[in-house]
Design a protein. Structure first.
Length: 398
Protein backbone atom coordinates (compact mmCIF):
# COMPACT_ATOMS: atom_id res chain seq x y z
CA UNK A 1 0.00 0.00 0.00
CA UNK A 2 1.20 3.49 -0.92
CA UNK A 3 1.18 5.57 2.30
CA UNK A 4 1.30 9.38 2.23
CA UNK A 5 0.33 12.34 4.43
CA UNK A 6 -1.49 15.59 3.83
CA UNK A 7 -3.24 18.33 5.78
CA UNK A 8 -6.80 17.66 4.58
CA UNK A 9 -8.16 14.52 2.90
CA UNK A 10 -11.34 15.13 0.92
CA UNK A 11 -13.73 12.31 0.04
CA UNK A 12 -15.71 13.57 -2.94
CA UNK A 13 -14.35 15.69 -5.79
CA UNK A 14 -17.49 17.32 -7.07
CA UNK A 15 -17.89 21.11 -6.91
CA UNK A 16 -17.85 21.22 -3.08
CA UNK A 17 -14.71 19.10 -2.71
CA UNK A 18 -12.84 20.82 -5.51
CA UNK A 19 -13.74 24.32 -4.31
CA UNK A 20 -12.55 23.42 -0.82
CA UNK A 21 -9.26 22.07 -2.16
CA UNK A 22 -8.83 25.23 -4.25
CA UNK A 23 -9.47 27.57 -1.31
CA UNK A 24 -7.13 25.56 0.93
CA UNK A 25 -4.32 25.76 -1.60
CA UNK A 26 -4.69 29.53 -1.67
CA UNK A 27 -4.09 29.41 2.10
CA UNK A 28 -1.03 27.14 1.57
CA UNK A 29 -2.82 24.11 3.03
CA UNK A 30 -2.22 20.79 1.26
CA UNK A 31 -5.05 18.43 0.36
CA UNK A 32 -5.85 15.24 -1.52
CA UNK A 33 -9.32 14.87 -3.09
CA UNK A 34 -10.78 11.65 -4.46
CA UNK A 35 -13.97 10.59 -6.23
CA UNK A 36 -15.35 7.22 -7.28
CA UNK A 37 -16.66 8.78 -10.50
CA UNK A 38 -14.51 9.57 -13.51
CA UNK A 39 -14.13 13.20 -14.50
CA UNK A 40 -16.07 12.46 -17.70
CA UNK A 41 -18.94 10.93 -15.74
CA UNK A 42 -19.26 14.00 -13.51
CA UNK A 43 -19.07 16.35 -16.50
CA UNK A 44 -21.91 14.51 -18.23
CA UNK A 45 -24.27 14.64 -15.22
CA UNK A 46 -26.66 17.53 -15.85
CA UNK A 47 -27.62 19.43 -12.70
CA UNK A 48 -29.20 22.73 -11.70
CA UNK A 49 -27.83 25.95 -13.05
CA UNK A 50 -28.65 28.99 -10.87
CA UNK A 51 -25.79 30.58 -8.93
CA UNK A 52 -26.35 33.11 -6.17
CA UNK A 53 -24.43 36.36 -6.37
CA UNK A 54 -21.99 35.30 -3.64
CA UNK A 55 -21.31 31.99 -5.43
CA UNK A 56 -20.39 33.89 -8.57
CA UNK A 57 -18.18 36.20 -6.51
CA UNK A 58 -16.39 33.19 -4.99
CA UNK A 59 -15.56 31.74 -8.42
CA UNK A 60 -14.22 35.07 -9.61
CA UNK A 61 -12.36 36.33 -6.55
CA UNK A 62 -10.70 32.98 -5.79
CA UNK A 63 -9.31 32.83 -9.33
CA UNK A 64 -11.19 29.75 -10.50
CA UNK A 65 -12.44 31.24 -13.77
CA UNK A 66 -14.27 34.20 -15.25
CA UNK A 67 -16.17 31.95 -17.67
CA UNK A 68 -19.22 32.26 -15.43
CA UNK A 69 -19.49 35.86 -16.68
CA UNK A 70 -18.54 35.14 -20.28
CA UNK A 71 -20.75 32.10 -20.83
CA UNK A 72 -23.38 32.55 -18.12
CA UNK A 73 -26.53 34.67 -18.23
CA UNK A 74 -27.32 37.23 -15.55
CA UNK A 75 -30.91 37.17 -14.31
CA UNK A 76 -32.24 40.11 -12.35
CA UNK A 77 -35.53 38.45 -11.42
CA UNK A 78 -38.00 35.61 -11.96
CA UNK A 79 -41.59 35.38 -13.12
CA UNK A 80 -44.30 33.86 -10.92
CA UNK A 81 -47.17 32.66 -13.09
CA UNK A 82 -50.53 32.18 -11.34
CA UNK A 83 -54.13 33.35 -11.44
CA UNK A 84 -54.11 33.82 -15.21
CA UNK A 85 -51.04 36.03 -15.61
CA UNK A 86 -47.35 36.49 -14.84
CA UNK A 87 -45.91 38.55 -11.99
CA UNK A 88 -42.23 39.54 -12.07
CA UNK A 89 -40.09 39.63 -8.91
CA UNK A 90 -37.34 42.19 -9.58
CA UNK A 91 -34.36 41.07 -7.47
CA UNK A 92 -32.15 43.95 -8.50
CA UNK A 93 -34.69 46.62 -7.61
CA UNK A 94 -35.67 44.94 -4.35
CA UNK A 95 -32.32 43.82 -2.88
CA UNK A 96 -29.64 45.02 -5.29
CA UNK A 97 -28.63 41.49 -6.25
CA UNK A 98 -28.87 39.15 -9.24
CA UNK A 99 -28.34 35.45 -9.95
CA UNK A 100 -26.39 33.82 -12.77
CA UNK A 101 -27.68 31.05 -15.04
CA UNK A 102 -24.61 28.78 -15.26
CA UNK A 103 -24.94 24.97 -15.15
CA UNK A 104 -23.32 23.00 -12.34
CA UNK A 105 -21.52 20.97 -15.01
CA UNK A 106 -19.64 24.10 -16.04
CA UNK A 107 -18.84 24.99 -12.41
CA UNK A 108 -17.28 21.53 -12.05
CA UNK A 109 -15.29 21.89 -15.29
CA UNK A 110 -13.95 25.27 -14.18
CA UNK A 111 -12.92 23.88 -10.78
CA UNK A 112 -11.36 20.70 -12.22
CA UNK A 113 -9.40 22.79 -14.72
CA UNK A 114 -8.25 25.11 -11.93
CA UNK A 115 -7.03 22.18 -9.81
CA UNK A 116 -5.13 20.76 -12.80
CA UNK A 117 -3.69 24.19 -13.60
CA UNK A 118 -2.51 24.68 -10.01
CA UNK A 119 -1.09 21.16 -9.60
CA UNK A 120 -3.76 20.00 -7.16
CA UNK A 121 -3.84 16.34 -6.10
CA UNK A 122 -7.21 15.05 -7.34
CA UNK A 123 -7.88 11.38 -8.12
CA UNK A 124 -10.96 10.45 -10.15
CA UNK A 125 -12.28 6.95 -10.79
CA UNK A 126 -11.11 5.45 -7.50
CA UNK A 127 -12.66 2.46 -5.70
CA UNK A 128 -12.66 0.70 -2.32
CA UNK A 129 -12.99 4.00 -0.45
CA UNK A 130 -12.99 3.94 3.35
CA UNK A 131 -12.07 6.20 6.26
CA UNK A 132 -10.76 5.25 9.70
CA UNK A 133 -9.21 6.51 12.95
CA UNK A 134 -11.58 9.48 12.94
CA UNK A 135 -11.19 10.40 16.60
CA UNK A 136 -7.37 10.38 16.48
CA UNK A 137 -5.08 13.22 15.41
CA UNK A 138 -4.21 11.25 12.24
CA UNK A 139 -7.44 10.03 10.57
CA UNK A 140 -6.89 8.10 7.35
CA UNK A 141 -8.53 7.84 3.94
CA UNK A 142 -8.00 4.61 1.99
CA UNK A 143 -8.77 3.94 -1.68
CA UNK A 144 -7.61 2.11 -4.79
CA UNK A 145 -6.76 4.42 -7.68
CA UNK A 146 -7.80 4.01 -11.31
CA UNK A 147 -4.59 2.05 -12.02
CA UNK A 148 -5.32 -0.50 -9.28
CA UNK A 149 -2.80 0.85 -6.73
CA UNK A 150 -3.95 0.89 -3.08
CA UNK A 151 -3.39 4.11 -1.11
CA UNK A 152 -3.62 5.22 2.50
CA UNK A 153 -3.57 8.96 3.12
CA UNK A 154 -3.08 10.13 6.71
CA UNK A 155 -4.42 13.63 7.31
CA UNK A 156 -5.04 16.08 10.11
CA UNK A 157 -8.69 16.52 9.08
CA UNK A 158 -11.00 14.46 6.84
CA UNK A 159 -13.84 16.09 4.90
CA UNK A 160 -16.83 14.12 3.60
CA UNK A 161 -18.16 15.94 0.54
CA UNK A 162 -19.19 12.72 -1.18
CA UNK A 163 -22.75 13.58 -2.10
CA UNK A 164 -26.18 12.36 -1.10
CA UNK A 165 -25.03 8.72 -0.99
CA UNK A 166 -22.16 9.61 1.32
CA UNK A 167 -20.16 6.87 3.00
CA UNK A 168 -18.69 9.42 5.39
CA UNK A 169 -21.91 10.39 7.11
CA UNK A 170 -22.47 6.75 8.05
CA UNK A 171 -19.19 6.82 10.00
CA UNK A 172 -20.86 8.99 12.63
CA UNK A 173 -21.89 6.79 15.60
CA UNK A 174 -25.61 6.13 15.33
CA UNK A 175 -26.21 7.17 18.94
CA UNK A 176 -24.58 10.55 18.28
CA UNK A 177 -26.26 11.54 15.02
CA UNK A 178 -29.69 12.84 14.14
CA UNK A 179 -31.11 12.69 10.65
CA UNK A 180 -33.97 14.98 9.62
CA UNK A 181 -35.79 13.80 6.51
CA UNK A 182 -38.83 14.67 4.42
CA UNK A 183 -39.89 13.00 1.19
CA UNK A 184 -42.40 14.88 -0.93
CA UNK A 185 -45.40 13.23 -2.65
CA UNK A 186 -44.41 14.52 -6.09
CA UNK A 187 -41.42 14.71 -8.42
CA UNK A 188 -40.27 16.75 -11.41
CA UNK A 189 -40.41 15.44 -14.95
CA UNK A 190 -37.42 17.19 -16.52
CA UNK A 191 -36.56 17.63 -20.18
CA UNK A 192 -33.76 19.12 -22.23
CA UNK A 193 -34.90 20.40 -25.61
CA UNK A 194 -33.33 21.99 -28.65
CA UNK A 195 -35.20 25.26 -28.92
CA UNK A 196 -34.68 28.99 -28.43
CA UNK A 197 -35.52 30.43 -24.98
CA UNK A 198 -39.20 30.85 -24.23
CA UNK A 199 -38.45 33.57 -21.66
CA UNK A 200 -35.52 35.79 -20.70
CA UNK A 201 -35.81 34.68 -17.05
CA UNK A 202 -37.13 31.64 -15.19
CA UNK A 203 -40.88 31.13 -14.98
CA UNK A 204 -42.26 29.46 -11.84
CA UNK A 205 -45.75 28.48 -12.91
CA UNK A 206 -48.65 27.50 -10.62
CA UNK A 207 -51.75 25.98 -12.19
CA UNK A 208 -54.65 23.67 -11.44
CA UNK A 209 -52.79 20.94 -13.37
CA UNK A 210 -49.68 21.29 -11.20
CA UNK A 211 -46.40 23.18 -11.12
CA UNK A 212 -44.09 23.86 -14.08
CA UNK A 213 -40.66 25.50 -14.25
CA UNK A 214 -39.39 27.02 -17.47
CA UNK A 215 -35.63 27.45 -17.34
CA UNK A 216 -32.88 27.97 -19.88
CA UNK A 217 -29.40 26.59 -20.61
CA UNK A 218 -28.07 28.25 -23.76
CA UNK A 219 -29.44 30.13 -26.76
CA UNK A 220 -30.37 26.80 -28.34
CA UNK A 221 -30.81 24.35 -25.43
CA UNK A 222 -33.53 24.72 -22.78
CA UNK A 223 -34.38 22.96 -19.50
CA UNK A 224 -38.02 22.58 -18.45
CA UNK A 225 -39.83 20.67 -15.70
CA UNK A 226 -43.37 19.82 -14.72
CA UNK A 227 -44.70 18.31 -11.52
CA UNK A 228 -45.50 14.59 -11.75
CA UNK A 229 -45.98 11.49 -9.64
CA UNK A 230 -42.67 9.99 -8.39
CA UNK A 231 -43.60 6.66 -10.03
CA UNK A 232 -44.04 8.22 -13.48
CA UNK A 233 -42.33 6.29 -16.31
CA UNK A 234 -40.63 8.49 -18.91
CA UNK A 235 -41.36 5.83 -21.53
CA UNK A 236 -45.06 6.70 -21.23
CA UNK A 237 -44.45 10.26 -22.36
CA UNK A 238 -44.03 11.02 -26.05
CA UNK A 239 -42.64 14.38 -27.12
CA UNK A 240 -46.11 15.47 -28.25
CA UNK A 241 -47.66 14.54 -24.91
CA UNK A 242 -44.94 16.40 -23.00
CA UNK A 243 -45.39 19.58 -25.01
CA UNK A 244 -49.17 19.38 -24.70
CA UNK A 245 -48.89 19.14 -20.91
CA UNK A 246 -46.33 21.94 -20.57
CA UNK A 247 -48.26 24.28 -22.89
CA UNK A 248 -51.49 23.62 -20.97
CA UNK A 249 -49.89 24.43 -17.62
CA UNK A 250 -48.16 27.67 -18.60
CA UNK A 251 -50.89 28.67 -21.05
CA UNK A 252 -53.25 29.03 -18.10
CA UNK A 253 -51.18 32.08 -17.12
CA UNK A 254 -50.70 33.55 -20.58
CA UNK A 255 -47.35 32.00 -21.58
CA UNK A 256 -46.53 30.16 -24.80
CA UNK A 257 -43.45 27.93 -25.07
CA UNK A 258 -41.14 27.59 -28.06
CA UNK A 259 -40.93 23.90 -28.87
CA UNK A 260 -38.17 21.72 -30.30
CA UNK A 261 -36.77 18.18 -30.26
CA UNK A 262 -36.51 16.71 -26.74
CA UNK A 263 -33.05 15.24 -26.14
CA UNK A 264 -33.38 14.08 -22.52
CA UNK A 265 -36.16 12.98 -20.16
CA UNK A 266 -35.80 12.23 -16.44
CA UNK A 267 -37.95 11.97 -13.31
CA UNK A 268 -36.41 13.71 -10.27
CA UNK A 269 -37.78 12.81 -6.80
CA UNK A 270 -37.97 15.48 -4.08
CA UNK A 271 -36.31 15.14 -0.68
CA UNK A 272 -35.20 17.32 2.19
CA UNK A 273 -32.44 15.98 4.45
CA UNK A 274 -30.09 17.27 7.15
CA UNK A 275 -27.68 15.31 9.33
CA UNK A 276 -26.52 16.74 12.63
CA UNK A 277 -23.90 17.16 13.91
CA UNK A 278 -21.57 17.94 11.01
CA UNK A 279 -18.48 16.91 12.98
CA UNK A 280 -17.32 13.62 14.48
CA UNK A 281 -13.75 13.73 15.79
CA UNK A 282 -11.62 14.97 12.91
CA UNK A 283 -14.24 14.20 10.24
CA UNK A 284 -16.58 16.96 9.01
CA UNK A 285 -19.34 16.88 6.41
CA UNK A 286 -20.07 19.42 3.66
CA UNK A 287 -22.47 19.76 0.74
CA UNK A 288 -24.95 17.03 -0.18
CA UNK A 289 -23.28 14.62 2.26
CA UNK A 290 -24.67 16.82 5.03
CA UNK A 291 -27.93 18.09 3.51
CA UNK A 292 -30.16 18.08 0.46
CA UNK A 293 -33.00 20.42 -0.49
CA UNK A 294 -35.78 20.39 -3.09
CA UNK A 295 -34.61 22.20 -6.25
CA UNK A 296 -37.44 24.75 -6.19
CA UNK A 297 -35.41 27.39 -4.36
CA UNK A 298 -32.17 26.80 -6.34
CA UNK A 299 -30.22 26.19 -3.15
CA UNK A 300 -28.37 22.85 -3.54
CA UNK A 301 -25.10 23.87 -5.21
CA UNK A 302 -25.11 27.27 -3.53
CA UNK A 303 -25.41 25.68 -0.09
CA UNK A 304 -22.47 23.39 -0.87
CA UNK A 305 -20.30 26.34 -1.93
CA UNK A 306 -21.34 28.31 1.16
CA UNK A 307 -20.36 25.31 3.33
CA UNK A 308 -16.84 25.08 1.96
CA UNK A 309 -16.28 28.83 2.09
CA UNK A 310 -16.85 28.71 5.85
CA UNK A 311 -15.00 25.40 6.21
CA UNK A 312 -11.90 26.72 4.45
CA UNK A 313 -11.78 29.67 6.86
CA UNK A 314 -12.17 27.43 9.91
CA UNK A 315 -9.64 24.86 8.67
CA UNK A 316 -7.09 27.65 8.30
CA UNK A 317 -7.83 28.75 11.89
CA UNK A 318 -7.51 25.17 13.09
CA UNK A 319 -4.46 24.05 11.10
CA UNK A 320 -2.47 27.28 10.99
CA UNK A 321 -3.41 28.94 14.26
CA UNK A 322 -4.33 26.02 16.53
CA UNK A 323 -7.95 27.08 17.13
CA UNK A 324 -9.50 24.14 18.97
CA UNK A 325 -13.07 25.33 18.43
CA UNK A 326 -12.72 25.93 14.68
CA UNK A 327 -14.41 22.73 13.45
CA UNK A 328 -17.33 23.23 15.83
CA UNK A 329 -17.60 26.83 14.66
CA UNK A 330 -17.84 25.57 11.08
CA UNK A 331 -20.69 23.24 11.98
CA UNK A 332 -22.59 25.93 13.86
CA UNK A 333 -22.25 28.56 11.15
CA UNK A 334 -23.03 26.18 8.29
CA UNK A 335 -26.16 24.78 9.94
CA UNK A 336 -27.62 28.25 10.49
CA UNK A 337 -27.64 28.80 6.74
CA UNK A 338 -28.70 25.21 5.98
CA UNK A 339 -31.89 25.50 8.03
CA UNK A 340 -32.72 28.90 6.56
CA UNK A 341 -32.31 27.37 3.10
CA UNK A 342 -34.41 24.35 4.09
CA UNK A 343 -37.22 26.66 5.14
CA UNK A 344 -36.97 28.77 1.99
CA UNK A 345 -36.93 25.69 -0.28
CA UNK A 346 -39.87 24.13 1.59
CA UNK A 347 -41.82 27.39 1.41
CA UNK A 348 -41.26 27.80 -2.34
CA UNK A 349 -42.11 24.14 -2.94
CA UNK A 350 -45.35 24.03 -0.96
CA UNK A 351 -46.50 27.42 -2.27
CA UNK A 352 -46.16 26.42 -5.92
CA UNK A 353 -46.88 22.68 -6.17
CA UNK A 354 -50.29 21.04 -6.12
CA UNK A 355 -50.49 18.42 -3.38
CA UNK A 356 -51.96 15.07 -4.55
CA UNK A 357 -54.99 15.36 -2.25
CA UNK A 358 -55.39 19.13 -2.53
CA UNK A 359 -58.93 20.46 -2.25
CA UNK A 360 -60.25 23.50 -4.09
CA UNK A 361 -59.68 25.41 -0.87
CA UNK A 362 -56.00 24.41 -0.84
CA UNK A 363 -55.46 25.58 -4.42
CA UNK A 364 -57.22 28.91 -3.83
CA UNK A 365 -55.22 29.40 -0.63
CA UNK A 366 -52.00 28.97 -2.64
CA UNK A 367 -53.16 31.64 -5.07
CA UNK A 368 -53.88 33.89 -2.09
CA UNK A 369 -50.37 33.31 -0.77
CA UNK A 370 -48.79 34.04 -4.15
CA UNK A 371 -50.90 37.20 -4.43
CA UNK A 372 -49.72 38.29 -0.98
CA UNK A 373 -46.09 37.81 -2.02
CA UNK A 374 -46.34 39.64 -5.34
CA UNK A 375 -48.57 42.49 -4.17
CA UNK A 376 -46.40 43.37 -1.18
CA UNK A 377 -42.94 44.95 -1.33
CA UNK A 378 -42.12 43.19 1.93
CA UNK A 379 -43.27 39.82 0.57
CA UNK A 380 -41.43 40.23 -2.72
CA UNK A 381 -38.30 41.34 -0.87
CA UNK A 382 -38.36 38.23 1.31
CA UNK A 383 -38.46 36.04 -1.79
CA UNK A 384 -35.74 38.08 -3.51
CA UNK A 385 -33.43 37.91 -0.48
CA UNK A 386 -33.85 34.16 -0.13
CA UNK A 387 -33.49 33.38 -3.83
CA UNK A 388 -30.35 35.47 -4.28
CA UNK A 389 -28.85 33.98 -1.11
CA UNK A 390 -29.26 36.70 1.51
CA UNK A 391 -26.34 38.53 -0.15
CA UNK A 392 -23.82 40.41 2.03
CA UNK A 393 -26.24 40.53 4.97
CA UNK A 394 -24.93 37.59 6.98
CA UNK A 395 -21.24 38.24 7.35
CA UNK A 396 -21.30 36.56 10.76
CA UNK A 397 -23.06 33.49 9.36
CA UNK A 398 -21.76 32.86 5.83
Amino acid sequence: MNRTTTDVAIVGAGPAGLMLAHLLQRASIDSVAIDIRSRKEIEETHRAGILEQDSVRMLLESGVSDRVLRDGFQHAGIDLGFGGSGHRIDFEALVGATVQLYPQTDVFIDLADARARDGGDVRFGVSDVSVADLTTDRPVMRFTDADGVAHEVAARVLVGSDGSRSICRHEFPEAQRRQFFREYPFAWFGILCEAPPSSEELIYNHSDRGFALISQRTESLQRMYFQCDPSEDVADWSDDRIWEELQARVGANGYTLKEGPITSKVVLPFRSFVQEPLRHGNLVLAGDAAHTVPPTGAKGLNLALADVRVLAEQLERHLRHGAEDALDQYAERALQRVWKAQHFSYWMTTMLHRLPEASDFDVRRQVGELTSVTSSTAGSTYLAEGYTGWPTREQGIL
